[in-house]
Ligand binder design. Structure first.
Ligand SMILES: [Fe+2]
Ligand SMILES: [Fe+2]
Length: 141
């Protein structure tokens, strides 16, 4: 198992449903890496595992955007831009994967997605925590 792909509390956004989805995305990434590194995996298995990660990531982006809108998150615009970059990156990779092209190169592509997704969770999503904590403190006053 890849040590870089483990959930850590420092990723927490203070929003339980989003944290759960992030954990799920990390799990699906680990699962995909395992399937790709096994000689026994078939092409449809690899494609299904990839699709599973993409589906969850896309649903998660939409969910997160709705929450941000609801809480009046001030950095929504920048965050949306990052999500859209990730969406087109995944779309690009998914085309090759579904064509069965560049199978040998999948691991490289997948690590790219993982790095993007993880970096996004750590760097951008966790900024929501700062906002939530600030807001909660303001309410208590
Ligand atoms: Fe996220
Ligand atoms: Fe996000």
């Amino acid at each position: 198992m890849n040590k870089d792909l483990e959930w850590s509390d420092k990723f927490s956004t203070d929003i339980v449903s989003i944290d759960h989805q992030h954990q799920e995305l990390i799990f699906l990434s680990q699962n995909l890496l395992e399937i790709l590194s096994s000689d026994k995996s078939t092409l449809p298995e690899k494609q299904a595992a990839f699709q599973d990660l993409v589906d969850h990531a896309l649903a998660h982006f939409e969910y997160e955007e709705r929450i941000m809108l609801n809480i009046g998150y001030p950095d929504l615009k920048d965050h949306l831009r990052e999500h859209n970059e990730l969406r087109s990156e995944m779309d690009h990779i998914a085309k090759d994967v579904m064509d069965g092209k560049g199978i040998d190169d999948w691991k490289g592509l997948v690590s790219l997605v993982q790095v993007w997704v993880l970096r996004h969770i750590v760097a951008s999503d966790s900024k929501m925590r700062e906002y939530m904590r600030r807001e909660n403190t303001d309410e208590d006053e």
